[in-house]
Design a protein around this ligand. Structure first.
Ligand SMILES: [Zn+2]
Length: 384
């Protein structure tokens, strides 16, 4: 089916039942930091501030709100006047589009966030929860992950869908904590609002879209920087097979920025390492393999019985996809790719988008048998 007709099909078939309103998601911010006090200002738009059950106070762009953790409550000052201590404060946007700035006791952590903020306090300090439109959160995560790599909206759509899959599969992770995601790597790194227009467009244009496998089940959308020209099966890295994470030739990643790498390792260290792994390094044929190991014909899983995943970890290599040769008193590793190599290659995906492939074709290339599925957003966030 040609691409355009597919989107028409989606619009006619499923589009009408799709809820166009965004649902909010609660994301704990600064979750791995101890925040004792912070200053909040509106960066764009007006806010209202609710202090427990008191009537809301309007916060304009010139207002400054200081909050401080005190006896498991939140002390609030507005423009330097003390308002008291409260259990729960809510900083709500009044317009459609607003974002705020927050400065904390950790000096390097001034950040901007979209939408709303809920604050309370426990015995460790302030608990800051960004109550944010899901697509704005997704855009923030994508921007934290993609280092402004491209301006191609289709690529950001793909990344946004991967983030959405993650949310849906992990929505209950913090249920007992009173929010849905944290902003650390425990969930997905999130460092504030996205400001790259293409990233925001990618999140909103893919609204309600997730990726499912051949049986219609939502999948884990693993990705890495560059496959080196061949992706890896999940079972070769983690021992668990998935129908959509099957190694395949990936010519799109060849020759790009993170495609090739080199590393020199002292010959002695290299030999000692394999000796410690109980490889008989004195045997001539083994010695030859030790210095001439090659993956030029394709990826292998092990070298002299030692898993390449382990070797990568122990020598801190960019990938497991390397060949080696003797180089004076050293061993030279010629490597390809960056990352575990499972699933989607980010650089390869950008290349495919730039070459005119549709975003769903890129998804089908990297996730074997996978398809896009549209869902209502209330299904995404469940009953949380
Ligand atoms: Zn988390």
């Amino acid at each position: 089916m040609k691409i355009k007709s597919l989107s028409i099909f989606l619009a006619l078939g499923l589009g009408f039942s799709f809820n166009s309103f965004s649902q909010n998601i609660k994301v704990r911010i600064f979750s791995d930091q101890t925040i004792t006090h912070a200053t909040i200002r509106s960066s764009f738009g007006r806010y209202s501030l609710s202090l427990d059950n008191n009537s809301p106070i309007t916060i304009t762009k010139t207002s400054k709100v200081d909050i401080k953790s005190k006896d498991q409550k939140v002390e609030v000052k507005i423009n330097d006047s003390l308002y008291g201590c409260f259990n729960n404060i809510v900083f709500n946007k009044e317009g459609l589009r607003s974002f705020f700035q927050i400065e904390t006791n950790i000096k390097s952590l001034t950040r901007r966030y979209d939408d709303n903020l809920i604050v309370n306090s426990d015995n460790k300090g302030l608990r800051l929860i960004n109550n944010i439109e899901t697509e704005n959160y997704i855009a923030g995560v994508v921007q934290a992950e993609t280092w402004g790599a491209t301006k191609n909206v289709d690529f950001f759509k793909i990344q946004a869908i991967c983030v959405r899959n993650y949310i849906m599969m992990n929505i209950a992770k913090h249920k007992k904590d009173g929010y849905q995601m944290c902003d650390a790597v425990h969930c997905q790194a999130y460092k504030g609002r996205a400001n790259q227009p293409e990233v925001i467009e990618g999140a909103y244009n893919s609204k309600g879209e997730i990726i499912v496998d051949i049986n219609g089940n939502i999948i884990e959308t693993l990705f890495h920087s560059n496959s080196g020209g061949q992706t890896v099966s999940s079972e070769d890295v983690w021992g668990k097979p998935f129908s959509h994470l099957v190694g395949k030739i990936d010519s799109f990643s060849v020759g790009l920025k993170a495609y090739a790498w080199e590393k020199y390792i002292p010959l002695k260290d290299w030999q000692r390492y394999f000796k410690e792994k109980e490889v008989n390094v004195k045997d001539d044929s083994i010695k030859n393999e030790l210095l001439n190991f090659s993956q030029n014909e394709g990826r292998k899983k092990e070298m002299l019985g030692v898993s390449l995943v382990q070797i990568r970890k122990d020598f801190n290599l960019r990938s497991t996809f390397f060949s080696c040769q003797e180089w004076g008193s050293e061993v030279k590793l010629n490597g390809k790719g960056y990352g575990h190599g499972v699933g989607l290659s980010q650089e390869g995906a950008i290349k495919m988008c730039d070459e005119g492939f549709e975003y769903w074709q890129v998804i089908e290339h990297y996730y074997t048998g996978a398809k896009i599925k549209r869902i209502d957003e209330d299904k995404l966030l469940g009953e949380n």
